[in-house]
Structure formats: C-alpha cells, structure tokens
Design a protein around this ligand. Structure first.
Ligand code: PAF
Length: 279
C-alpha cells in the first residue's frame, strides 16, 4: 500500500493509474476508522479497479468552538486497517499541505447548508465542499463513496459534483450500526459508559417513528413530540434538532406525504451525535 502526504505526489500517482486505464474509487475520511468506513471501502472496491482512502482531519469544516484539536486520531491503526482491506493508497496530508499560507479559495453552496446541521455549524459545509473538491482534483477519482449517516453532507456533495461538473460518480453507503442500534461514528469514542447508554435514544426514536408511520401516523408535529419525549427521557441529552424534511431539498415538511427524511442531532454530554432515516 502506498502512502502519500503531498497533493503533488498523490496526483502524480493518480495520473499514472489513469494513463493505465485504471478506475479509481475514493473514500474520503477523517480517520479513526470503524466498520462504517470499511464498508465504504468495500463499496468502492466493488465498483473500481483500486481504492484510495484519504485520512485528513479537515480544519476548515470545524467552527471555532468545535472539537478540531480533540478529534480522535490513530494513524497507525488506520493504516493497518486500510492495508488489511486491500487499499491501494492512503492520502494523508498535513493541514499546511492542503491550505498554504496564502490560501483563499472556498466552495460554498447557496441553499442546502441552510438546514439541519448547517444551522448550528455555519462554516461546516463550506469546509466540507472545499476539501472534497480539492480531493477530487488531487485523487482524480472515477467514483467516491460517502456514508449516508451524514445525509446532508452527501446531498451537498452530490449537488456540488453536478454543479461543478466533476466527472465523479457519487455513491452513498448505508449506515452501519452497533449491535444495539447506535450508528457508528468516530465521535462515539468520546462517550462515557453512561452517555453510551443514553446515546441509544437516537436510534430508538427513529425506530419508534418508523413504527408510528407504518401504523398510519402522518402528522409531523405529533411525531416530533413523541421523539422529543424519548430523547429527553435519557440523562445528559440536549436536542439540537428533530427534523422532518424533503430528502432532496431538505426543506421542512409538516406531514408524511411522499418520501420524508427524519434527521436527528442530539448532544449527549458534550458529544454531538446525528442519525437519520428516510420514510
Ligand atoms: O465525513 C467526513 O469524514 C468528512 O466530512 C469528509 C467527507 C472526509 C470531508 O472532510
């Protein structure tokens, strides 16, 4: 497995592979890999000749009061997992390799970031859109795979790929859950044993709403009220949002007519967790 730390080194290798007619599948990550990331690598491997994983804790997608410094890191373990999974190359630059001292170019979207996580994380999607655009230019992938847990991120990336004419197929990988239902996330590592139990309220609330919708409930206000009850019945929980929205535009809806995205962001202790399901 090759390891590249500079954009020029990675790009030169990708150009080589392209000249050989190889199809490149990219899995962008911020490291501290778990089964969810590994499942994205498997999807990439099934649709490309070789897989590149990027491991980069991207500073521009963190707000000033967020967890950039504390974000969990374990590069040695991540590299071992990538090697075991048959990854061809890992791109793991330093922030200064990606954002030089004169850096001033950003990609921002007009509408999709004005919902859900974008409301409490105002710079987040500009940082994601910028780094993903740069990764596309550096790694030159034919396809790129992102987790559906970050539903809004995936929507933003699909939009920017179409808007900016990147010749990249965007694929979503289903949410991977722990045996008890908690969606896998690198941030789960922050949870204390007691918070880990409380964190189950997200997947429990989604399950509850799924069964209410199945029984015929269509009123979003009622579904929101019961969701709030489930979440707040657990210690250390604070709701950022409970949203029901159109899966394409992310605009809020007040009844379940066609397909609806239910998305949750909940702080458990000081850890902000997200989860979602489309009904
Ligand atoms: O989902 C993530 O891990 C990050 O937001 C991404 C897509 C790698 C961009 O930094």
């Amino acid at each position: 497995m090759e390891i590249y730390t500079t954009p020029t080194g990675m790009q030169a290798q990708s150009l080589n592979w392209k000249r050989q007619g190889k199809r490149i599948g990219l899995v962008p990550t911020m490291g501290f890999l778990h089964e969810g990331h590994l499942s994205l690598m498997d999807i990439a491997a099934a649709h490309a000749d070789l897989v590149v994983v990027s491991i980069f804790v991207n500073p521009t997608q963190f707000g000033p009061s967020e967890d950039l410094e504390a974000y969990p890191r374990n590069l040695e373990r991540d590299l071992a997992l990538c090697r075991e999974r048959g990854v061809a190359a890992v791109f793991t630059p330093e922030p200064s390799d990606v954002y030089g001292p004169e850096y001033q170019s950003y990609v921002s979207l007009e509408k999709l970031p004005n919902h859900l996580c974008g409301l409490s994380r105002p710079v987040h999607f500009r940082g994601v859109a910028t780094v993903v655009s740069k990764l596309f230019n550096i790694v030159l992938p034919d396809l790129a795979v992102f987790g559906e847990k970050d539903f809004q991120q995936l929507a933003v990336i699909r939009r920017l790929t179409a808007d900016l004419n990147f010749p990249v197929r965007i694929m979503g990988g289903p949410i991977v859950r722990e045996a008890d239902g908690l969606a896998m996330s690198s941030r789960n590592a922050y949870l204390s044993p007691e918070e880990r139990v409380s964190a189950l309220c997200l997947s429990m609330a989604l399950k509850h709403v799924a069964s209410e919708v199945e029984k015929g409930e269509r009123d979003v206000a009622l579904l929101k009220a019961s969701t709030e009850k489930i979440i707040l019945s657990r210690p250390h929980t604070e709701i950022d949002y409970i949203a029901f929205c159109d899966p394409q535009t992310l605009e809020a809806v007040d009844s379940i007519g066609g397909p609806v995205l239910m998305a949750l962001a909940v702080k458990v202790g000081s850890t902000r967790l997200i989860d979602n399901q489309v009904f």
